[in-house]
Design a protein around this ligand. Sequence first.
Ligand code: SF4
Length: 687
Amino acid sequence: KRSQTAVENWTRSTCVYCGVGCQMEVGTANGQVVQIKPAASPVNRGHLCVKGRYAYEFGTADDRISEPMLRRDGTWQPVSWDEAFDFIASRLAAIRQQYGADAIGVLGSARATNEENYLAQKFARVVLGTNNIDCCARVCHTPSAKALKLMLGTGAATNAFDDIEHTQLLMLSGCNPTENHPVVGARIKQAVRRGAKLIVIDPRRTELAAMADLHLAVRPGHNVELYNAMAATVVEEGLLDADFIANRVDGLAEFSQFVRDYAPEAVAASCGVPAGLIRSAARLYAGAKPAMCFHGLGLTEHVQGTEGVMAQINLALLTGNLGKRGAGINPLRGQNNVQGSAQMGCDPATLTGAQSFVEAGAHFKSLWGASLPASHGLDLLSMLDAARAGRFKALWAVGYDIYPTLAHVAETAQALAALELVIVQDLFLTETAKAFGTVFLPAASVFERDGTFMNSDRRVQRVRQAIKPPGNAQPDWWIIQTLAQRMGHQTGFDFDGPEAIWNEVRQLWPAGAGLSYARLEHESLNWPCPDEAHPGTPVLHIDRFASGPRATLACLPFTPSPEQPSQDYPFVLVTGRTLYHFNAGTLSYRTPNARLRPSDTLDMSPQDARRLLLNDGEPVRIRSRYGEAVLPLRISPTIKPGELFATFHRPDLWVNRLTSSYRDNRVNSPEYKRTAVTVEPVFGGGN
Ligand code: SF4
């Protein structure tokens, strides 16, 4: 009905869901959003997916919270902003005095703008005096950022989406763009129809896998082994780009020796891909110039997530597929502003612009007029570990529902229960707030504030206010700034709006200095963009890598995950997303998409379903070593026997009760993509 209301105003803004960053026109009437239509932009070229098109009814959902609240005697009570700020300021001061600043942490998120994430990390470092600041990138693409930074010098996608139309070959690893990045998925399909080759590396036969030239159905968690085998083929068969290596790559002799142990014939059984297919994929990738890689969380959310991305970069270095249009390594960022939240400094180890304390610390100190915290910060998972150990006492989560979304819910619950203060800032009483919240701060939605988001291809785009927030809800930047002032920081937190905050970011981040609001009013630009005359940088590493003139191949032994199937837990479960929903469902389950796909599902192969006498649609109990969940079964030929796939969007279905606490061996990201489970009918039976 709402979409039939006559629109009074159209406001151009950016989609709140995935990292593609589609531009949209937001139609409003009577102070409400009543329609969304696509805008022409270099990213989405007049298209939106089913998520973006219906992404507005959450703003007026019945359970939207528009007043600050304190939990008193177990009951949430509305209070004024003054009362909420006084309570938080006094509790934070008391906790800091008793346990020290490092007993407190702050979480930014993709739901907040760049400006708000910047203020959140400034608050942690300047007001609280701790580097305990992190964001949702920790659970998705921190492994990508780490791998790209380590090997090439910039922790972000090497190319713009426009390069899809300039490539000869697309290699997709652990991603399902037609569901999770649908507008990019459509561009990939069009490129393939025009003649680009397609290799898909994924345990499941996704829509793009079905239309690929080659589909390598790798066993979950065996990516390093598979990439090493492809690299071994490239070396053994002389498929190298000799000029590129001579001019720009070190370490070939050692690497060639190392990958001898990974001949396709030696690893085929372990990684689940026939040797001939591995060799064919290596030949196809090496022979296509240029060839472009995209990857998703199927590559990163493993104990060897960072090393999986590094092993993929090895292939690009060996074949010269970097530093040019239509080539490169491109993480498909899952959330609208997850690139921006980490880039703004919501990371315990780096400052705004992913700058190191050594290189940039003096500049920050001088501009902020404050000293920086001396101790190393804790990442999100380490904060929760410290909470369970009694060393961490207070957490402020801005737009991030960690309780149902982190792996191993039982451990997350133990950590949150051990905290003395949990501040939740969101649109709704999230699961984290309901179970553990002490204070709730009502935030403005994406349509009710100004700012910028940074998408997957390093493009900064405006978010524009179309309507007023309801009741006393406020933009995140206002909430953070007002609390900072209440805690005695009048200067440094006296911005008159997002543009002023962004101008401070531009002073501190050289690669973003040219991205003024005046320019962003009319265009969107990929950083690095160091001055206002600079056109932006769609392709990185053209003449030299950000880290220097030469990159070094990495020798990466395959390490099996400790999470292994057994007689009791014979299946390997992978979790992931569907086209209709987004992450914890906080927004998408309050839109018409809830009717389009009401429930999460467990996908099982027809062979396994027959063997276990399970029927399509029947509820099944899934048990792992860590917990259990019940989901309706979906029999799907896209799944191999012995493997399962579950979506995780409905917080009340608690799919993350199943996932383990194993983490990436370099950056501590959870291993969501490999859990040993068993499945049984809800009313008895078993396997
Ligand atoms: Fe575009 Fe992603 Fe939003 Fe869909 S969810 S409209 S692909 S930004």
